[in-house]
Design a protein around this ligand. Structure first.
Ligand code: IMP
Length: 435
């Protein structure tokens, strides 16, 4: 039996989809446990690009059971679009399950997300405007509508009415919007229910059965540790908990069911939306990394902010998630950049030095990053498949990351392709033995 959690170790967009896709080969079940269609996972397979927002990245493995857990917020229109899009491309969708307890994003959540951001003006969070925050807020207020409610017209209508009632004032600009008409909404969502019915399931039970039967379950995180509602750079965070601990709640298993935690980080850092980012590069080098790394949001198309890898934040993420292993992606993007830098501490304008992630947000906003410099590497590394194929300086960068973060690097991404990876150290031996 094995329960493996995969989480983002930075600010999201680290390439979790690719790591899940690779580890899914040996898994019996892949389940997403939080977030919604604010996520965007890209997988390149045999030259074909797949983008997922809700469906777990394991779906490309024919017949694999892929579940959307109770902790996810589901926009049914988006989900149906994704199912149909994948089906058209010949992907077998019979393994898809959706938790009956997952909460639904309703049209008013999307409007409230936009409205909330507009009201914040300059203080806006830079959300994906997909209705994520308002949906989780309704869940906590016990005004949420769940996937199972799609199967009961009376309950659905009553719950929509109850949920809309306290929002009248905020929704005033949309009073004539046909999307928010009670009758239209009920009918539309009932029709979604019909289309999703065959996928609706008790996904927690599915996890228990898989684990009890000696199978491997992959718990797929979305967003990332630094966007965690409790542990991230609040309020510039998402409204769920992307840390590994949330896999238990969002999938319905206990802590003893988790055997391993993998964190995914890029060899540099990116962030979308507002909020502190101590290693940000607002210069030509930042632009170069953005360009080379294709750092544009999968979900919103927004340019990502770019910077050096932040080992203070990464060490914090390793601890918060008790990470057993790191997957470092996009190492190839750094080729030709000399010197390379890794952030090893923060310095406050008044001189105080922070080797550990500071708990006070003001420090993070004002601190400057201090770096260790490392020699850069040259040339194309996209064809490297073993650790020893990598230039010495690239290995030096990986060692600096592992030492600074406090977790071993077990997987390295050297290009967008599925095969463009290097299994490292023990993991490489383990995979060779298994082959
Ligand atoms: P929300 O999750 O749409 O409410 O957005 C809150 C913050 O999280 C914003 O800064 C978003 O840019 C960020 N965010 C949400 N989902 C992702 C993601 O999948 N990758 C990167 N950033 C994200």
């Amino acid at each position: 039996m094995a329960g493996i959690v995969i989480v983002g170790a930075q600010w999201g967009d680290e390439g979790k989809g690719k790591v899940v896709d690779l580890l899914a080969e040996q898994a019996d079940l892949v389940i997403r446990f939080q977030g919604g269609n604010n996520a965007g996972h890209t997988i390149v397979r045999d030259g074909e690009t797949f983008k997922f927002h809700l469906i777990p990245s394991g779906i490309l493995h024919a017949g694999k059971i892929c579940a959307i857990g109770n902790g996810v917020v589901v926009d049914p229109e988006i989900l149906i679009g994704e199912i149909e899009g994948l089906r058209r491309r010949g992907i077998d969708m019979s393994g898809l399950r959706v938790s009956a307890n997952a909460h639904l994003i309703m049209p008013y959540h999307v409007k409230l997300d936009t409205e909330g951001e507009l009201r914040l003006g300059k203080l806006e969070i830079g959300t994906t405007r997909r209705g994520i925050g308002p949906c989780y807020a309704d869940k906590a207020a016990r005004l949420g509508i769940r996937v199972q409610d799609l199967l009961d017209e009376k309950i659905l209508r009553t719950k929509i009415m109850a949920a809309m009632e306290p929002k009248q004032q905020m929704l005033r600009p949309y009073v004539k919007d046909p999307d928010l008409d009670l009758h239209t909404m009920t009918e539309t969502y009932l029709s979604y229910g019909h289309r999703l019915e065959s996928h609706i399931a008790d996904t927690a039970k599915l996890c228990w059965e898989t684990l009890d039967g000696g199978g491997t379950t992959l718990f797929e995180g979305a967003q990332a540790t630094m966007l965690d509602l409790d542990h991230g750079t609040y309020p510039f965070v998402t409204s769920s908990n992307p840390v590994a601990g949330a896999a238990c709640v969002g999938a319905g298993v206990g802590p003893h069911d988790i055997d391993e935690v993998w964190g995914v980080a890029k060899a540099y850092a990116t962030r979308v939306g507002a909020g502190p980012f101590p290693t940000e590069l607002e210069d030509d080098l930042g632009d170069l990394i953005r360009e080379r790394g294709g750092e544009r949001g999968t979900t919103t198309g927004r340019d990502r902010r770019t910077g050096w890898i932040d080992l203070v934040a990464l060490r914090y993420a390793v601890r918060l998630n008790t990470m057993d292993a790191l997957a470092i992606t996009k190492l190839d993007v750094l080729s030709g950049i000399d010197p390379l830098r890794v952030c090893v501490r923060y310095r406050h304008p008044e001189g105080a030095v922070f080797d550990e992630f500071p708990y006070h947000q003001t420090i993070l906003h004002t601190a400057t990053a201090e770096y260790e410099e490392l020699p850069g590497f040259e040339g194309e590394i996209g064809d490297c498949r073993r650790e020893s194929d990598l230039p010495r300086e690239a290995r030096g960068m990986l060692e600096a990351i592992a030492d600074g973060a406090g977790a071993p690097v077990r997987l390295v991404g050297v290009g967008p392709g599925r095969d463009q990876v290097i299994w490292m150290g023990e993991e490489a031996e383990h995979r060779l033995r298994a082959a």
